[in-house]
Design a protein around this ligand. Sequence first.
Ligand code: NAD
Length: 486
Amino acid sequence: MQGEQSDHYGVFIDGKFRDGAETFDVENPATGSSIATVAEASEGGVGDAITSAKRAQPEWAAMDPAERGQHLSAFAEAIRERVDDISKTVTLENGRPIGQSVGLVSSAADYIEYYAGMTTKIQGETIPVPGDQQAFTRKEPVGVSAQVIPWNAPILLCCRGIGPALAAGNAVVVKPAPEAPLGLLEIGELATEAGIPDGVLNVVTGDGETTGAALTTDPRIDEITFTGSVATGQIVGKAAIDNVVPTALELGGKSPAIVFEDANLEDAVEGAMKALTLMSGQVCFATTRIFVHQGCYDEFREALREAVESISIGPGIEDRDLGPLVSNDGLEKVRGYVDDALENGASALTGGSVPDREGYFYEPTVIEGADDDAPISCEEVFGPVIALYEFSDERETIRRANDTEFGLYATVWTNDLGRGHRVANEIEAGSVMVNQYSGSYPQTPFGGYKKSGLGREKGMQAIDHYTQLKTVNIDYGDGSDGTPGE
Ligand code: NAD
């Protein structure tokens, strides 16, 4: 396999790797050194990938759906067999602790398996109409889906999108982030090895401004799924409107947690620790603002401080609790938010600086005393940083939790059943967890309120996004008593 932890990767088009005129380096964020060079797809490669997807899609869509499902099951199985290798590749390129990568790549296989089982269940409805007519709907594939992926969880986010797209009979062109394209190139090749026909899944590499824009603005693309920042999502959304194609935008978050005084504080601290350490906090749904009731604030802050100070730091491959940030730019951004908060009256309960070691590491950090409208309270920090806020009133804290342009995810910690339901109903977010941090499965829909996105991924709902609904109405009478409605 060309991709297998090699030091040079090609672009994956029509079932084969091929080179490009330019290459770029992928670096290991734990050391700052290059681990591989990758061919840049550029406009030519993107055009060829779309041509190959266009050619392959009709046959893939016409295949017996049960057989399409078998191909997807074989693909899921192939990913499972290669979990360790692919996880290692991803850990080397994005810095995530290897144990976390293994969990995510395994979950990615679960997504493909879930949608493999759905190929035979994508069905329309019959609709009552007058006279000798038979009206029904068909769910037909949209055609070629363009999927733009960020670097933080490339395999999971890709399989979350391509699972339903492929199950519904679409072909896909995937564009990984330039920071972490290697694991996805390996996934492309694995799909081919598992029997998915050439051209049904292509992976084009390069930066957003050239390769990404070439893909999302091409008039032959029939759908765009984008996961990334709000700013890029707005550009991609405009490209989708220009070509009048559907788009799913999975964007950022500024997720609150609310800890009530009747909560199990040990569980709430454990949730906060997951938020800090999963991909070093570089996760769209990461809890970054924790509102703690004044009745348990001191106890919670002390337990959190102790837990955070026990976090071990090291390269992802050593599987410590906390890996590096993805890049020097990412590190500088985190440093900027924390320094700004500290200069403006907040304090660090723990952490707050860059450790003296190679790689793009930042200390796990808890900030207290930041204003609700400070940048650290409103914008995505994308690092191992949590801000604590004290509250006394339920209604007021719901208002503060909702006082953000984002609405992706929220967590409520309480043992009062009524309060758990009440607060979950009033939080403006696409997902609300009560007494747990990440209860996420392939079957549970995911997406954002407000600027966190458009549309829903996962679950059966995702199939609707990757299909277009056709209404067929057949007049089978002699015309005397059937009156077509339109
Ligand atoms: P980003 O927007 O900078 O990049 C995301 C992808 O878009 C990359 O592949 C990039 O190359 C590409 N891109 C950049 N410019 C483009 C353009 N003009 N046209 C087409 N593609 C272009 O985001 P990032 O910094 O890589 O990722 C972090 C962001 O992603 C955060 O905001 C995070 O919250 C969000 N995210 C959201 C989810 C979700 O499911 N809601 C999941 C993970 C990450």
